[in-house]
Design a protein. Structure first.
Length: 396
């Protein structure tokens, strides 16, 4: 008699797959105009410059490029990332950084290093979906902190810390996914002060910060943490996915020495190191090309696409809907009138060859069924106008 196979781990069975990834699979047909994915515009990639960097690395130092590397990451790439951070107002040394296989791995490593099963993790309401999955797989109890158009409410954060005794707060303060909101400077300072006063870890995720095309930059929470005396409990995560190309799968973690060391050990267990050839090519690209000039072109295109989306939402969404006007990033957050369910409505919407992401999956608890996320960066203004016409017909 053949015995049954052992069951999967409980934590795996309790975590659902990403609805966003499922929607992307369903809308992969070329005729679909999708506002669903957080996908950078592929026609704006500097494919020629990146290809040249790979060619140079493979021609000039193939043995190094194709060999194992250190877990911490290529020194030149770490130095380049540290230099950009310092130039943007956060003094950073290369040895304060760990190169990761995308910023999602950085979040996974931090979670592995800090979170035990049963620990409380605070998140924004709503929250980046993959972060909810990451914390759920770690066995954390996830508690949402409410907010408004300026991001999470510091008073609500203080109350949650008092009530829940959490291990950490995870936040995307700039052009948040899914809402596109930006946490104000005053609130960032307040978050840093809560961390200093309460001994709370703050994990700041910043994949979109360099995609600002309106308004003035706001200092990182990490910068305020240094002033508040919380630098020893603040980590910053970012990525080259939105500013170079997501297929490179390159990110980094800036953290205090103890946490950085723990994450390095966790990375050794996960994948030994991020691919050597990709790191060397990225470092070469940054040395030989003007990334800021490239980003100026990207930001200009994204601004035009955001404006096209905002211009057409009034006609596309039901009367009584509302939405925000982000100053950068990739997303607009919208809310339909009471009684609408954007998850149910999507069934009809996709038959019109257009798509969005319902807001419900981004909530740790008590989702708002009337909300939805719209990404404006993947399509041209003309395609966006066409997509909004399709959306209007579907929602009617």
């Amino acid at each position: 008699m053949r015995a049954n196979a052992p069951q999967l781990a409980t934590r795996v069975g309790s975590i659902a797959g990403s609805p966003v990834r499922e929607i992307l699979r369903l809308t992969a047909r070329p005729e679909v105009i999708s506002f669903a994915g957080g996908l950078p515009a592929p026609e704006l990639f500097d494919a020629e410059g990146i290809a040249a960097a790979f060619r140079q690395v493979l021609e000039e130092e193939p043995q190094r490029a194709l060999q194992y590397s250190t877990t911490e990451g290529d020194p030149a790439l770490r130095a380049a990332a540290a230099s950009r951070l310092t130039a943007r107002g956060l003094p950073t040394e290369a040895d304060e950084l760990l190169v990761t296989t995308g910023s999602q791995q950085a979040l996974t490593l931090v979670t592995s290093a800090l979170v035990d099963p049963g620990d409380v993790v605070l998140v924004e309401e709503p929250c980046y979906l993959a972060a909810l999955q990451c914390f759920g797989l770690a066995g954390a109890r996830i508690v949402s902190v409410p907010g408004d158009d300026e991001g999470l409410d510091p008073a609500a954060l203080e109350a949650a810390v008092e009530r829940e005794r959490p291990k950490l707060l995870y936040a995307v303060p700039t052009f948040q996914n899914p809402t596109g909101r930006t946490l104000s400077a005053a609130r960032r300072r307040a978050v840093a002060e809560v961390a200093a006063r309460r001994g709370l870890w703050v994990i700041e995720d910043d994949p979109y910060g360099e995609l600002r095309f309106a308004g003035e930059p706001v200092p990182w929470v990490s910068a305020f943490a240094a002033e508040a005396g919380a630098a020893d409990r603040t980590a910053l995560i970012s990525s080259y996915s939105k500013i170079m190309a997501p297929g490179l799968r390159l990110g980094w973690l800036r953290a205090p020495a103890g946490l950085l060391r723990a994450c390095t050990v966790a990375k050794q267990a996960a994948d030994l190191h991020t691919p050597t050839v990709t790191q060397l090519a990225a470092a070469r690209y940054l040395a030989d090309n003007d990334l800021d000039a490239h980003l100026d072109r990207v930001r200009g295109a994204y601004r035009d696409r955001r404006d096209a989306l905002l211009a057409g939402l009034g006609d596309a969404l039901p009367i009584g809907s509302s939405w925000n006007q982000p100053q950068g990033g990739m997303f607009v957050w919208a809310k339909l009138p009471a009684g609408w369910d954007t998850t149910e409505a999507l069934r009809e919407v996709v038959t019109h060859d257009v798509a969005y992401v319902p807001g419900a999956p981004f909530y740790a608890a008590d989702p708002d069924p009337t909300t939805l996320r719209l990404s404006f960066v993947t399509h041209t203004p003309d395609e966006i106008a066409d997509g909004l016409e399709r959306l209007a017909k579907a929602l009617r």
